[in-house]
Design a protein around this ligand. Sequence first.
Ligand SMILES: Cc1cc2nc3c(=O)[nH]c(=O)nc-3n(C[C@H](O)[C@H](O)[C@H](O)COP(=O)(O)OP(=O)(O)OC[C@H]3O[C@@H](n4cnc5c(N)ncnc54)[C@H](O)[C@@H]3O)c2cc1C
Length: 321
Amino acid sequence: MSSIVVFGEIQNGVLTQVSAEAITAALSVRESGSQIVAALIGSGISDGAFPIADVDRLLVVDDAQVTGYTCEAFVSAAAEIAKKAGAELIIVPHTSNALEWAPRLAARLNAALVTNCSALEKASGALLATKPVCGGAVQAQYSMTSELKVVTLSAGAFAPAAGGAAVAAEKVAMGAIDNPVSVVETISEAAGDGPSLRTAKVVVSGGIGIGSAGDWKVIEESAKGLNAAVGATRAAVEMGWVPTTKQVGFSGLKVAAELYVAAGISGAIHHLAGISRVKNVVAINSDAEANIFSVAKFGVVGDAKVVLPAFVARVQELRSK
Ligand SMILES: Cc1cc2nc3c(=O)[nH]c(=O)nc-3n(C[C@H](O)[C@H](O)[C@H](O)COP(=O)(O)OP(=O)(O)OC[C@H]3O[C@@H](n4cnc5c(N)ncnc54)[C@H](O)[C@@H]3O)c2cc1C
């Protein structure tokens, strides 16, 4: 039986949201008789690790060789899973690790590959994969006609599939590999940073218009005041005001918040590529002609360092009533 294999990711013991989004993507192109096979690579993976509805099977490589991420080991493990599942399509969340291993997997399996997809569609036996190109200015559609296809999926491109009863994990053996790389140390993102940018309902995001590293605290304090995640433009990241993990946009994270407060952000196309699924953009910019106002539901022309704290104070006042 043919199958669509969806590789999930576990972070801090929890299945990531983009893993559930990848199941939605798989369901959108599934043909009758095809199975949805979830897959996990790691060690100590439990039976309940993939609690998402519509998953027919869960294949797991649970092996000391993949305890920490290394590309070579992940490619070997993923290839074994693809073989065992009889995969016709492999969907992988577009994370920084996957960006390294998924293309190598495609090469090893002689499969077609399209990375960073925002939409998938079936048409006359081919898989049509859409992705942003030319810095997000153009959406390109690729027709994939090979027997086996691999796509990586942009976070936030699909709604997450509903939760459901977890199917029991079936173990897949990977065999010993001659791995030239070993993990020396794993450094995790600092805890206590507030809500995760990937899943936050509210994001307060700053750009170069905030002015300086010292002024950046207006973004952090406002985010704290609204129980929001901090986001940033690439320009702010490049100034060293905020770590690269906070970058929103074409080459950063795609967010799907209910509310995105963009302060001192011009609205360059590369930044807008990261907020296309945001429900409500509120823009604060000193330039009334700034492009960010073209996507904003509400906008304030003014100094973000003055307007933003006043906005947060008013929201808190209204909430406390
Ligand atoms: C291949 C490629 C990939 C890229 N990927 C990304 C990406 O993932 N994410 C991303 O963000 N960018 C990305 N960029 C960069 C992007 O093109 C822009 O350069 C960047 O988004 C601009 O950031 P900014 O809005 O902070 O700065 P600017 O464009 O300089 O805008 C600053 C804004 O602040 C306003 N301002 C100034 N003072 C104040 C004040 N006191 N109060 C309020 N407003 C004020 C100004 O009017 C201006 O509109 C990418 C570029 C390339 C080429």
